[in-house]
Design a protein. Structure first.
Length: 542
């Protein structure tokens, strides 16, 4: 099977915090799982370099948008590498490949009649002497009365036009903008009402929040949206008469899934239709709740307009992760920043906690107490302990080798079933449920070791002792496959202990066991760190 996996493209205007990260990690779990199954995977993402937040940050720091986006793109790339993200391509929207691809798609949609010209009244700030991009306009949402910007309400996620806002203000100077007329391109989103309705009605693994938000948009009726804006930074409009304008980021950024994946597919010498336009392939999108309409309404409509109408789209959309019971706030520095946590804590522990405590169906919470206790308990005391006690025993008392042993068949059945169950849960986006079953198996494995008492049978019945440890090795080997998508670094170490070349998604039995040198997988974290981290957070020094 051919699989496209796209994780949301973060704005390259500041460091990522773990709230953002928690919505992106599922994409790597999916990619590693499908590769282990033998599927052909194209896993892409990158930095959104053209969003208005980058221009705002650049203005505040007296730098160019390119300088800001280049710096944070490099930081993102480093962080994702340290966290084990297995992207086939992590790129950015500020590349010739992306610019050329977007222009090509815009022209195709224009020639098909899905993009058209229209004179509109637009917000203009006389104090700043410029037309205002949507994110430079702030006001009150007409739907929920929440604080909103010109393109989307931060409270209810409603997509907006700047004209919809109540009590509009220029974000730069705080003055009320005036209205001036200007010519722009519009995407005929309204023409795809029935296509999107059919898509959501026949969803294949969409989360409940994605279904509800998409159906709300359909009930209200899809509205055409502007494709161009008066900007200095972005992708040029490939039509005459628009020299002073750029492609609006909401349409250009989602097209990055196409431009990035097509680059990978072409480099493999394959046909993009086999990935993007067949019922037999899959396309996963992982992102936060705020990005749902762009992935379930906007981008599918663009695909339909481009003739890509057979996508098997799966939406893995997260709710919000809170921090110590409160919402993340970058302005108040109430955040745990990704560069900080990866430099001070185990990457697998971060991945495991954010997946096991993911905001799959409702908001969840990150607390330093839970994070450190989970590391010391489930990973070190449960998983790591079983591996260490089993392999250390073989090294110490059986010369690191096991031959002509018998596998406990009940364990073979259980592990074979675990592959199926966990795989199903991963494909459905039920990562938490899957992890719970896996770690129930880890608990059962520790009990098996205790009940069999190999330290006693070593003296009384050596063959039984060897068979027990042989079964433990098979449990460890298969857990290294099953947990590879969650904890790739620890599982790679385990494969090194056992001389396993690469992960696969089926039961394996190592007939002859010859252990390499073993090492601990997880270091205990001093519980004093809990109070230290909470205090650091309160002092806003992270």
């Amino acid at each position: 099977m051919k699989v496209i996996i796209g994780s949301a493209w973060p704005y390259a205007n500041g460091s990522l915090h773990i709230g953002r990260l928690s919505a992106l990690i599922p994409a790597d779990v999916l990619a590693r799982y499908h590769r282990a199954k033998g599927d052909e995977v194209v896993f892409v993402s990158g930095s959104d370099c053209h969003g208005t937040p980058i221009s705002i940050r650049a203005r505040e720091e007296g730098k160019s948008p390119k300088e800001i986006s280049t710096f944070y793109h490099s930081e993102f790339k480093t962080c994702f590498e340290k966290l084990g993200f297995s992207y086939d391509l992590f790129t950015k929207t500020d590349t010739p490949n992306h610019h050329q691809g977007v222009k090509k798609f815009i022209l195709e949609l224009y020639n098909k009649g899905f993009i058209y010209e229209k004179d509109i009244e637009q917000n203009y700030c006389e104090h700043c002497e410029q037309f205002l991009p949507d994110r430079y306009i702030e006001g009150i949402c007409p739907h929920c009365n929440g604080v909103a910007r010109g393109d989307q309400c931060e409270e209810c996620s409603e997509l907006l036009d700047p004209e919809d806002l109540i009590d509009k203000k220029c974000k730069i100077c705080g003055q009320e903008p005036v209205i001036k007329e200007s010519k722009h391109l519009f995407f005929a989103l309204s023409k795809f009402q029935e296509d999107i309705k059919k898509l959501v009605d026949e969803d294949h693994g969409w989360r409940d929040n994605a279904i509800k938000i998409t159906k709300r948009y359909l009930r209200e009726g899809l509205r055409d949206r502007a494709v161009t804006r008066d900007l200095e930074w972005g992708v040029d409009v490939p039509l005459e008469g628009y020299e002073g304008k750029k492609i609006y980021v909401w349409i250009e950024a989602v097209m990055a899934y196409l431009t990035a994946s097509l680059k990978c597919i072409e480099e493999r010498g394959q046909d993009f239709k086999e990935y993007w336009n067949t019922d037999e392939s899959r396309v996963y999108f992982t992102h936060g709740k705020d990005n749902i309409p762009f992935h379930t309404v906007i981008f599918p409509a663009l695909l339909f307009g481009l003739g890509i109408d057979k996508c098997n789209i799966r939406i893995i959309s997260s709710e919000h992760l809170n921090l110590e019971g409160k919402k993340f706030s970058t302005s108040r520095n109430w955040a745990v920043w990704v560069p900080y946590i990866i430099e001070n804590y185990n990457a697998d522990s971060i991945r495991y906690f954010l997946i096991a405590n993911g905001a799959e169906k409702r908001d969840s919470d990150f607390s330093w107490r839970e994070f450190i206790n989970t590391h010391n308990g489930e990973l070190l005391g449960g998983f790591g302990n079983f591996i260490n006690r089993s392999l250390s025993f073989i090294h110490k008392y059986l010369d690191g080798e096991l031959k002509n042993c018998e596998l406990n068949l009940a364990w073979k059945r259980d592990l074979t079933k675990l592959y199926v169950n966990f795989g199903d849960n991963i494909e459905k986006g039920n990562f938490k449920e899957g992890i719970q079953e896996v770690f129930s198996m880890v608990k059962k494995a520790n009990k098996f070791f205790d009940d069999k008492k190999p330290w006693i049978t070593l003296k009384e019945d050596r063959k039984e002792c060897e068979n027990t440890l042989y079964t433990c090795v098979q449990i460890i080997a298969n857990l290294s496959n099953i947990l590879e998508p969650i904890m790739p670094f620890a599982c790679e170490k385990i494969r090194g202990f056992l001389n396993i070349e690469k992960p696969t998604w089926k039961f394996i039995e190592l007939k002859e066991v010859r252990l390499n040198k073993i090492d601990i997988l997880f270091e205990r974290i001093d519980k004093k760190k809990i109070l230290e981290e909470v205090q650091r957070l309160k002092e806003k020094r992270i």
